[in-house]
Design a protein around this ligand. Structure first.
Ligand SMILES: NC(=O)C1=CN([C@@H]2O[C@H](COP(=O)(O)OP(=O)(O)OC[C@H]3O[C@@H](n4cnc5c(N)ncnc54)[C@H](OP(=O)(O)O)[C@@H]3O)[C@@H](O)[C@H]2O)C=CC1
Ligand SMILES: Nc1nc2c(ncn2[C@@H]2O[C@H](COP(=O)(O)O)[C@@H](O)[C@H]2O)c(=O)[nH]1
Ligand SMILES: [K+]
Length: 479
């Protein structure tokens, strides 16, 4: 990456302060761009979902890995629960989505409660042998008594296809039969998956992030306190593919000790550690065994660290400097926090990040773990909260003595309750991944890059005023 016309920034910069200049390009199509990462985590899309309780759970893990990204399960999840989630994710089909299931005599009210759990907008009615007998969507439940049986409102002639059917064929069948979802069955005719029109298209464009056995990948976080080696070992035994050693102040002795402990358990597993914002921090963590260093102190949407402490660093400069330091040592960085638009992802990768971590933005999707709620205007939202908020800290310390709990509650550095609205145009995390990956593919071709390494090499970044940033925003209501 270089600055436009040899500019030298005189202050540290954040995403809003910068823009990418277009360059002569020989890349003919945005589909010619390869978005695979080179950080050893096996992802084919440079997006990692942050280890936040309000964001990263099993449905998020399955859905994002199927599109090539990675989800980090939070360190607050009990080891037995992590093991259960990992084995569940690993048992998911890499192409077909997991259906929501009811029986014919379940109530329409049950269907309405279940539908927002997944973005495909339909659930499958099965018989006692798990064979699909119908499909129910929201339209079928509208204007119907909530105690009516789903069997009475279901479409009894759904598109049912063998599990081996190629996504392109699924797309064409849905088109031909004018249906919005197809249902997959195994050799015995039992329900095995569901796919929407858009899902079929996505399955042709994205490549799932798979482990050596062809199963979806998943990561998990571990803190720096307690017996880190034992915790890391338990996570690896559960089948976790990448370990994230995570604490607010990553550049501390405890982190270095934790990294050495993790490395003693497994010399090969990809290990991510953070958070830091300086080249010195990167060097110390790479030296202690991190393959990837997580960069970002204070940019997070739920984060009050900068207001509480004055500590942090504008994220674009932090990523650029840390990525350069990591590259010198053969390491990588993930840009963690503060991503609010697809452009921020492109800019972080241009600055040299191997992948970009997104938290709060993805809390406002069907796939995040929280319950869907509605505000006074009927708009759908989910609750989000920071991992250093009072809410998260009291959950994390619930087994400590009352005195210790009270001591830890003093260091609150996050928001306990915030509403993340679901975008009516993009209510599912895959809609947001589409938006991000389209923006990124386009940014690469504007720069003349066929892959993310070339994107970083060729990126020319300019510095803009607040007016420059404002000019780039659309004005949907006129002026
Ligand atoms: N990226 C960011 O800007 C930030 C992220 N977070 C996230 O919140 C979660 C909780 O992290 P964390 O609060 O580190 O909790 P942890 O449970 O991981 O504990 C952190 C440990 O480090 C010690 N410590 C020393 N100095 C600090 C410091 N300045 N801030 C925090 N701990 C310190 C703490 O001791 P003692 O409590 O005795 O001081 C404690 O033992 C993580 O997921 C983290 O990523 C939190 C804040 C900032
Ligand atoms: N200072 C705090 N930082 C937090 C807290 N919870 C999470 N985080 C960090 O934010 C990113 C995600 O950023 P986002 O803008 O996408 O939401 C996450 O990975 C953590 O590093 C917190 O309570 N305090
Ligand atoms: K912030």
């Amino acid at each position: 990456m270089q600055f436009l016309n040899g500019q030298q920034p005189t202050t540290d910069l954040t995403y809003d302060d910068v823009f990418l200049a277009p360059r002569r390009s020989g890349v003919e199509s945005r589909f010619d761009v390869d978005l695979a990462t080179s950080d050893g985590t096996g992802t084919t899309l440079p997006i990692v979902v942050a280890n936040m309780t309000a964001v990263a759970g099993r449905r998020m893990a399955e859905t994002v890995a199927r599109r090539g990204g990675l989800v980090v399960l939070p360190q607050d999840v009990a080891p037995a629960a992590v093991a259960e989630i990992v084995s569940w994710v690993k048992a998911r089909h890499p192409v077909w989505d997991t259906p929501l299931v009811l029986h014919a005599d379940d109530a329409v009210a049950d269907a309405l409660n279940l539908l927002p759990k997944r973005a495909h907008g339909a659930l499958v009615v099965v018989d006692d042998d798990d064979r699909p007998v119908g499909v129910v969507d929201e339209a079928a439940c509208t204007g119907v008594d909530r105690f009516a049986r789903v069997g009475e409102v279901a479409d009894r002639h759904p598109v049912v296809l063998p599990l081996e059917t190629k996504p392109r064929e699924v797309f064409d069948q849905l088109d031909k039969q004018a249906r919005s979802v197809a249902v997959a069955v195994d050799a015995e005719g039992r329900l095995a998956g569901i796919m929407t029109h858009r899902g079929a298209l996505r399955a042709e464009i994205y490549t799932p992030a798979l482990d050596a056995e062809g199963r979806l990948r998943v990561a998990a976080a571990v803190g720096v306190n307690g017996d880190v080696a034992a915790k890391a070992s338990a996570l690896l035994d559960s089948g976790v593919d990448t370990l994230v050693v995570d604490t607010a102040h990553g550049h501390q002795e405890k982190m270095i000790a934790a990294l050495r402990a993790v490395r003693s358990v497994s010399p090969q597993v990809p290990v991510v550690a953070g958070n830091v914002v300086t080249a010195e921090g990167v060097r110390d963590l790479v030296e202690a065994g991190a393959d990837v260093v997580k960069v970002g102190v204070g940019p997070g949407a739920m984060c009050t660290t900068r207001m509480m402490t004055g500590v942090g660093r504008p994220q674009f400069s932090a990523v650029a400097e840390c990525a350069a330091a990591a590259r010198e040592l053969g390491g990588h960085v993930w840009a963690d926090g503060g991503v609010r638009h697809p452009r921020d992802v492109a800019l972080a990768l241009a600055a040299g990040a191997a992948a970009v971590m997104v938290g709060s933005w993805f809390a406002g999707t069907y796939e995040s773990p929280g319950d869907l709620q509605r505000d006074e205007h009927g708009r759908a939202y989910k609750e989000s909260f920071g991992m250093a908020s009072k809410r998260a800290v009291s959950a994390r310390t619930r087994t400590d003595s009352a005195y210790d709990q009270a001591r830890k509650a003093l260091f609150e550095e996050g928001i306990s309750s915030s509403r993340m609205r679901l975008d009516p145009q993009r209510p599912g995390v895959e809609d947001l991944l589409d938006q991000i990956s389209s923006g990124l593919r386009s940014a690469c071709t504007y720069t003349g890059a066929r892959n993310l390494e070339e994107f970083h090499e060729r990126a020319v970044v300019g510095i803009q005023s607040a007016a420059g940033f404002a000019e780039g925003r659309p004005l949907p209501t006129g002026w």
